[in-house]
Write a protein that binds this ligand. Sequence first.
Ligand code: S0N
Length: 279
Amino acid sequence: MSSLVDWKRSGDYSDIIYETAEGIAKITINRPERHNAFRPQTLFELQHAFNEARDDSEVGVIIFTGAGDQAFCSGGDQKIRGDDGYIGDDQMARKGIGRLNVLDLQVQIRRLPKPVICMVAGWSIGGGNVLQVCCDLTIAADNAKFGQTGPKVGSFDGGYGSWLLAETVGLKKAREIWYLCRQYSAQEALDMGMVNTVVPLADLERETVTWARELLEKSPMALRMLKGAINAVSDGAAGMQQFAGDATMLYYMSEEAQEGRDAFKEKRRPEFDKFPRRP
Ligand code: S0N
C-alpha cells in the first residue's frame, strides 16, 4: 500500500499500533493472524489510543484500520469467547468472568468530537463491521468484504450493530444482512450506503489520507458540532447530553459567560445588560 505520510509510532501496545502525522492519528488493530479479531486487551488498548487522539490538540482526524490487507476486523475473538463474554488475562478473567468491552469502544467512537475514518481492506465482519458502522466515514478497498455473522456463531448486537446499521442502509437491508449472514462486496456496500467510496487496494491509504487532509482544512468546531448533531438524533438523551455539553462549552467561550464568572470572582453584580437580547 502506498503511503504519503511519514507516520510516527508511539505508545506501548501489544495488540494495536498508534501513529500520528500531520494532524492525523492512525489506529491499527494488529492481530492479522486472526483477521484482526479483538480480545479484551485489544479493546483496552484501542480505548486508550482513541483517548490519546481525543486529547491531542494537534490531532484533528483519526483513521481506524487493521493490519495487513486481508482484514480490517473480524469481530470478537471466538477462540477466547467464554460463556458470558470474552476471557482476557486480567483480574476478571481470573475469576472466570468475561467481558463485552467492545460496547464501550463503540460509544467512545460516537462521542469522540473529531471525525473517525474507517479504512477497510479485506474483511469487515461481525463486531468488526459494527465498529466500521460506528465510524463517521468509511473508505473501502476493492477487496473489502462486509457482513454480520451473529446468527451463525451464536451472538448478536442489538445496539448500534442493529439500529445504526438500519439507519445507515435501511431497515429491509439491515434485516437481510443480519438474518442471512451473507457477505457483501465493496461495490455492494457502496451501493447500499454502508461506505463512502471504493478505491483500488493499492490506493487505499493514499485516498484515506486525502480525505483526512480535506477534513483538516475545515473548521474543527463546525465538524464537532455536525458530528454531535447527526449522532444526537439517533443517540437520544445521551446524544443530546453531548450536544448540550458542546453548547455549554461554546457559551463558556463567550464574553457573556465570562462576565458571570468575573463578577462572581470580583464580588460584584454581573453586567449582563451590555449583551444583546438576540432575536
Ligand atoms: C472472516 C472470515 C469469513 C474469513 O474467512 P477466511 O478468509 O477463510 O479466513 P479464515 O481461515 O477463516 O481465518 C484466518 C485465521 O483467522 C482466524 N479468525 C478469523 N476470524 C476470527 C475471529 N473472529 N476470532 C478468532 N479467530 C478468527 C481463523 O480462525 C484463522 O486462523 P486459524 O487458521 O489459525 O484457525 C472467517 O474467518 C470468519 O467467519 N471469521 C469469524 C467471524 C465472526 O463470526 N466474528 C464474530 C462475530 N461476533 C462478534 O464479533 C461479537 C461482537 C461483540 O463483541 C458483541 C457486541 C455486542 C453485543 C454482544 C457481543 C458479543 O460479544 O457477543
